[in-house]
Ligand binder design. Structure first.
Ligand code: SF4
Length: 338
């Protein structure tokens, strides 16, 4: 495992410490990832104290900056995690991840535990922060709609192995790996007419154990395209142009313009019509998206309105969503200096 050209899998605990400043994590469950016994100020100051970043006043100032950065008010500094909504807790998790000015943030299903109404807020917050702080994200998610919205490049994993890597739009328009094609066929389409015409691909059988994976291609027991070689030889990741790579002995949609590969009646559709109709299965999926680097990719995708600054101004003006009742700082909080 390499980070900035350095193999970090063999580093000692002491050698890893400076690397950890550059790599931070946003966890999936905002209800479990914040210490319920600590106030927000303590939670956000902890990484600064561990890595000896500034004196007491500088740490306090940085904590207030972080709260402002994620759209929370400095008055929240003395509250406990249970006094916040799920979306606000995830904002605190994001603020903690940003405390040390990391270069790479690994977001592990950061919105899957949140209400649908809150998800867009957190996604937009991550978008804004990326623009402002020039961050790189590895965004792990099962929700292919969210993955499409946030990603520049997408890697599709099956049983712990990457089976396809591609620029985001290319992957959605022209999947090469049969597993990716099956995943995309399970994405809901908001148009009922189009949805009725679409044929979904059903993956049969159970997900095998990743501890004892099948021989050859790990997907072969469930793949509609499998042949003898698939059970014997593991396919390597091969390049199909434009940074699109897939590990498959019988790749799909090659030589087909991206726009027509998955269009109704297109070549991909003809392949799909040979399959049984029914509901798709997303089990065993892990889709992650390494960095996106340009705000232009996000323009016009329908989740956002207005500029980053304008949105944050509005958020700050109307206060946090679903704010818990304000509490006066307790004596303990005063003693703690927050
Ligand atoms: S290598 Fe064979 S089994 Fe594996 S995805 Fe490709 S066609 Fe299917």
């Amino acid at each position: 495992m390499e980070f900035e050209g350095q193999d970090i899998s063999t580093l000692s605990r002491r050698e890893l410490r400076p690397v950890r400043r550059e790599l931070q994590m946003v966890f999936q469950d905002p209800y479990a990832s914040l210490n319920p016994r600590k106030r927000v100020g303590e939670i956000l100051s902890e990484p600064l104290r561990i890595h000896k970043r500034g004196n007491r006043d500088e740490v306090k100032r940085r904590v207030r900056e972080l709260l402002d950065l994620v759209g929370l008010s400095p008055e929240h500094i003395n509250r406990y995690p249970h006094e916040f909504s799920g979306g606000q807790r995830q904002r605190i998790g994001v603020a903690r991840a940003l405390a040390l000015h990391p270069k790479l943030v690994i977001a592990d299903e950061p919105v899957s535990a949140l209400d649908v109404s809150i998800r867009a807020q957190v996604i937009n917050l991550l978008d804004d922060l990326q623009d402002e702080l020039h961050l790189t994200y590895i965004f792990i998610a099962h929700d292919l709609g969210v993955v499409r919205h946030v990603s520049d490049r997408i890697a599709v994993m099956y049983l712990g192995k990457i089976v396809e890597v591609s620029p985001a739009e290319e992957l959605y328009q022209r999947p090469v790996h049969p597993y990716t094609e099956a995943l995309l066929s399970a994405v809901p389409i908001p148009d009922p007419d189009l949805s009725d015409r679409r044929i979904q691909i059903v993956l049969e059988g159970d997900v095998p154990s990743p501890i004892v994976p099948p021989s050859g291609c790990r997907f072969h027991p469930r793949c509609r395209c499998a042949t003898k070689i698939c059970g014997q030889q593991e396919p390597p990741l091969a390049e199909y142009g434009g940074g699109h790579m897939a590990a498959c002995h019988h790749p799909l949609n090659l030589g087909i313009p991206a726009a027509s590969a998955l269009a109704p009646g297109g070549p991909g559709r003809r392949v799909a019509t040979r399959r049984r109709q029914g509901r798709g299965s997303g089990r065993g999926t892990a889709v992650s998206s390494p960095p996106r680097t340009s705000a232009r990719h996000r323009a016009g995708r329908g989740w956002r309105a207005g500029s980053s600054r304008a949105r944050r101004t509005r958020r700050t003006a109307r206060g946090p969503t679903r704010a818990a009742p304000a509490r006066r700082p307790t004596a303990a909080g005063t003693r703690a200096g927050w």
